[in-house]
Design a protein around this ligand. Structure first.
Ligand code: SF4
Length: 487
């Protein structure tokens, strides 16, 4: 039996086929094309959005934007790879009309338009909002570390510099001794010198100067670390290891798990991200009130206060206590019950701990509660404190808000499971399925633009699978949702 035969490559076609025939009606490139065509490129901040009257014609930013959206949607982020695709990929050939910009032009476009790319991602969120794809009631916030273009060897912290300097100084001493010994030998036996010795010594001295320069910079600037390749990147804990990264944040809506807001920061933890992310999500959703849930890394009193002041109800569990008391096997703060009515704590021995002192630290009033006379004769003292005077409990100004949040969370125990299944999926897909666990660009502003392209691709892929290309095209054409029916 014969095989199915393809077309003879050298056969002349009677009627030339069009490129359009190679792209089916439900191909996502058709939506990319229509979506970009609808964008107001000047308003979004793209250069050359209106062609120049004179000079050599440049590339239309719409074509380059389409190329990038296609690339990020199909795990092709590098400009060289995208250039190759313009030569061989029929979808790309269709999308950009056989244009073949070189990789430098492609890379330059992304580098120049980081802010505009962020706006494009917001435009897609706006479209999703029109299509009623958001619950607009609850968002889940999470963060993940994405590797920066900076190796660990080119990142220095103060402790690391001190270790390196001590090692170099020891090496310099060794080499100085060797040079001295060599000089003495030279007198007795001319010509028996190793010329490499002086060079190695010079190299160590130069490196010492370099490290001393970094240390001086850190001490003067008050910063904790310096990165040489990407100055904005920071050494952070990622998957149990220390890596030079950026901290990417997303807010995901509860309805279809679409990303409503994204950002990138170089802060090493999530402690200051809850309120900014929740407020960005609230603005993107255009609502007056919003609920936000996040993991224990976001459980910070000042963030909770800021959320509530902006019409946002936060939910974040208290982190597992890792205090010195717990490590020493003593009662943690959870064993003490606060009474707002009487403004006192009740301790495990049933004693009342009243307000004893107050101090102001960085503008926050910290209150301390104690009952040292009771501690003096307490039978539980060995399990409670090692202090000579007795135990005291600190209360921050935001403590009441945190307690109220814990009560709210107790009433909705399902929230944390929902959070996990909603917000961890986008990072899993972007980082590990699409190999987006590292940035290609350098600098905080640029990686922000790059991350927006990733979140746009994620949202686009998700909406395409929810509604299909034809439904989305129809929505773009008419400007309204053609009765969305998730499939
Ligand atoms: S040591 Fe003081 S605070 Fe601790 S249980 Fe005894 S009385 Fe209460």
């Amino acid at each position: 039996m014969a095989y199915k035969a393809g077309v003879d490559r050298k056969q002349q076609m009677l009627f030339p086929e069009t490129v359009d025939e190679y792209v089916s009606g439900d191909n996502p490139v058709r939506f990319i094309d229509a979506f970009v065509a609808k964008l107001d490129m000047s308003k979004l901040g793209f250069e050359r959005a209106v062609p120049a009257r004179e000079g050599t014609p440049g590339y239309d930013p719409r074509d380059l934007l389409k190329l990038f959206i296609y690339g990020y949607l199909n795990r092709m982020r590098s400009s060289r790879r995208l250039e190759r695709e313009t030569h061989r990929n029929v979808e790309v050939i269709w999308l950009v009309g056989r244009l073949r910009p070189d990789h430098k032009t492609i890379a330059e476009f992304r580098r120049k338009h980081v802010k505009a790319l962020k706006q494009v991602s917001k435009e897609f969120v706006l479209l999703c909002r029109k299509l009623d794809l958001f619950s607009a009631q609850m968002v889940f916030v999470d963060g993940s570390k994405l590797r920066a273009v900076n190796s660990k060897d080119r990142n220095f912290t103060v402790p690391k510099l001190r270790v390196l300097l001590a090692r170099i100084e020891a090496n310099i001493e060794q080499y100085l001794a060797a040079v001295e010994a060599q000089d003495a030998q030279e007198k007795e036996q001319p010509g028996a010198t190793d010329p490499g010795l002086q060079e190695k010594l010079k190299a160590f001295q130069e490196r010492k100067q370099e490290y001393e320069g970094y240390l001086k910079h850190l001490q003067e600037s008050g910063e904790s670390q310096v990165s040489l390749t990407d100055a904005d990147s920071r050494l952070m804990k990622s998957q149990g290891d220390m890596k030079v990264c950026f901290n990417a944040q997303i807010a995901v809506d509860a309805k279809h798990h679409l990303i409503v807001a994204d950002d990138v920061t170089n802060e090493v933890n999530d402690e200051r991200q809850l309120a900014p992310m929740a407020m960005a999500a609230k603005e993107a959703l255009g609502v007056e009130a919003l609920e936000v849930a996040a993991d224990a890394g976001y459980h910070v009193g000042t963030q909770v206060v800021e959320c509530e002041a902006n019409g946002i109800t936060p939910y974040a569990p208290k982190p597992k206590s890792s205090s010195k008391n717990q490590a020493a096997g003593l009662y943690t703060k959870e064993a003490f019950t606060y009474s707002a009515e009487r403004d006192e704590y009740l301790c495990p021995a049933g004693q009342k701990l009243g307000l004893s002192t107050q101090t102001v630290v960085k503008g926050r009033k910290l209150s301390y509660y104690a009952n040292w006379p009771a501690c003096a004769g307490c039978p539980l003292r060995a399990q409670c404190t090692t202090s000579e005077q007795g135990r005291r409990i600190m209360r921050t100004p935001e403590e009441a808000r945190l307690e109220a949040m814990a009560d709210r969370l107790k009433e909705r125990p399902e929230l944390m499971l929902q959070r996990k299944s909603s917000v961890e999926h986008p990072f899993g897909t972007m980082k590990w399925t699409w190999d987006g666990y590292y940035f290609l660009m350098r600098g905080l502003n640029k990686v922000r633009g790059e991350f927006s392209l990733m979140t746009l691709a994620y949202n686009l892929r998700r909406v395409l699978s929810l509604l299909g290309v034809e439904c989305l095209l129809e929505a773009l054409r008419t400007g309204k949702m053609p009765v969305p029916q998730p499939i």
